[in-house]
Design a protein around this ligand. Structure first.
Ligand code: AMP
Ligand code: ZN
Length: 472
């Protein structure tokens, strides 16, 4: 399979360090607030990458950190402490905030059919590992103490800006954000590994260290958690595009200084979800969460489908209009699948057709995880000249990766044996009604029942599922 590698700026053939095995690291959420649907776009696309690697036969081990300490509101060393900010906002302790929003994150992931990584590691559980690596970096001359903090010395590297997109002037973070620049730093690009002189008097979480009581910087956690669980040779590192600099640049700097050789071969960056007004933010405008979408009557899987319609390396604009278009297409897909289910085809799967149509999907996904062409393959299957059993088997197969749940929904929709004659447009309305009921939008559900009735069908919910009958 081919993957775009941010490190080389090219699409490359993916070759793992160990044949048949893939080690994959993902920057996890900072658990000071709910994830917004932009954050979740990144996790959806990374989930597809992981699932596709498994689908083609790799033995994948995926690790994710949970940032519950050290992340400041700027991704450099300036601004407020995000966790402290969350704790103050909600008058809770930092650990209470961390637990609450970690649970909320995984609840959102479950709704979006995002698989939980094999290892999920909160940063606060690995303080000894951070201290070990920082100690070694000091011994090797890559880190220094100044004003009570430990800094990584970027001038010791032959190349710091490994992704090649950033210049020195981009680093004027302090100036740009109106925050005091840190005069302890020997070089502008240096970054904190360990804080002992906390800028925050009320810092709740502090640990003993050889340099005094303090807490780790943000970047060190990902290097350490990755190396602890996946070793010194990492195949793929994922994150949103904003993580590329300074976070991933710093991760590479400290990891490679520590191990003394190249660390990670492929860097997978998901571009941003923006609103029509620009950058998505947790503080301005409507805070777009999965729960908000649900409260407006959207199935979270419609949002997943919306994300998959675009390539991960293009920024994507969110609007309700765009989501509505995705919803219409999604409901149609479920309705068409329901017809396939209702056909009760006993002829079995045609192996030749299966292989031919599956190749359309794998060709798309092998091409740098082109999910939008992967979705086109779903339509190609529906249109194909083959029997319903083969089509259903293919759609179920693709859904191991896409996880949009259309066959599962279709099976529910077609659970009554008398629905084989129900036309697709009625099934589509029935699907919309099911979603409205799920979102407790009963006014809309009643309206849809009325519409179905006017088209000559009666719909009712039974213990076995939805029952649709032609009115006589
Ligand atoms: P955070 O919780 O801020 O640490 O971010 C979690 C993940 O979401 C990181 O991989 C970010 O790069 C990613 N991310 C942040 N904003 C967006 C966005 N608007 N669209 C896509 N991914 C994002
Ligand atoms: Zn990270």
């Amino acid at each position: 399979m081919k993957l775009y590698n941010s490190l080389t700026h090219t699409v490359e053939e993916f070759v793992p360090n160990e044949p048949g095995k893939v080690s994959m690291y993902t920057c996890g959420p900072t658990v000071y607030h709910f994830a917004h649907i932009g954050n979740l776009r990144s996790y959806i696309m990374e989930d597809v990458l992981e699932k596709y690697m498994r689908y083609v036969g790799y033995d994948v081990k995926r690790v994710m950190n949970i940032t519950d300490v050290g992340h400041l509101t700027s991704d450099g060393d300036t601004g407020d402490d995000k966790m402290l900010k969350g704790a103050k906002r909600e008058k809770k302790t930092v650990m209470e905030i961390a637990q609450f929003y970690t649970d909320a994150f995984f609840a959102d992931c479950a709704k979006l059919n995002i698989k939980t990584p094999d290892v999920v590691q909160p940063a606060t559980g690995c303080i000894d590992d951070f201290i070990k690596v920082i100690t070694s970096l000091i011994e090797k001359g890559y880190a220094y103490e100044a004003g009570g903090n430990i800094y990584f010395d970027t001038s010791k590297l032959s190349q710091y800006y490994v992704f090649g997109d950033f210049r020195e002037e981009d680093l004027a973070v302090g100036v740009r954000e109106g925050v005091e620049a840190d005069s302890n730093k020997k070089n502008k690009a240096d970054f904190v590994l360990w804080f002992t002189k906390s800028k925050f008097d009320d810092q709740e979480l502090k640990w003993d260290s050889p340099w005094g009581v303090g807490y780790p910087g943000w970047h060190i956690e990902c290097s350490c958690i990755s190396m602890k669980n996946l070793g010194e040779y990492l195949d793929i590192h994922c994150g949103g595009i904003d993580n590329q600099f300074p976070h991933h640049t710093n991760e590479i700097a400290q990891s490679e200084a520590y191990i003394g050789h190249k660390w990670c071969n492929y860097w997978f960056h998901v571009h941003h979800l923006n609103t029509t007004g620009g950058k998505m933010s947790k503080s301005k405008g409507e805070f777009l969460t999965v729960s908000l979408l649900e409260s407006k009557g959207y199935d979270p899987l419609v949002y997943r489908f919306f994300c998959l319609q675009s390539h991960y390396r293009k920024s994507l604009v969110f609007s309700y209009e765009n989501l509505d278009n995705a919803k219409v297409a999604y409901d149609k897909l479920v309705a068409r699948c329901a017809q396939l289910v209702s056909a009760n085809d006993t002829a079995g799967v045609n192996a030749d057709d299966f292989a031919k149509l599956k190749a359309l999907f794998t060709n798309a996904m092998d091409d740098d995880v082109n999910t939008s062409n992967g979705i086109t393959a779903v339509y190609d299957v529906l249109k194909a000249d083959t029997n319903p059993a083969t089509k259903l088997a293919l759609l179920e197969d693709f859904d191991k990766v896409l996880s949009i749940g259309i066959v599962e929904k279709a099976k529910k929709l077609a659970s009554e044996d008398n629905q084989s004659d129900v036309p697709a447009d009625i099934l589509e309305l029935a699907q919309k009604r099911a979603e409205a009921r799920k979102a407790k939008n009963f006014a809309l559900a009643d309206e849809l029942r009325e519409q179905i009735s006017q088209m000559g069908y009666a719909i009712e919910e039974t213990r076995q599922g939805t029952k649709i009958t032609k009115k006589v």
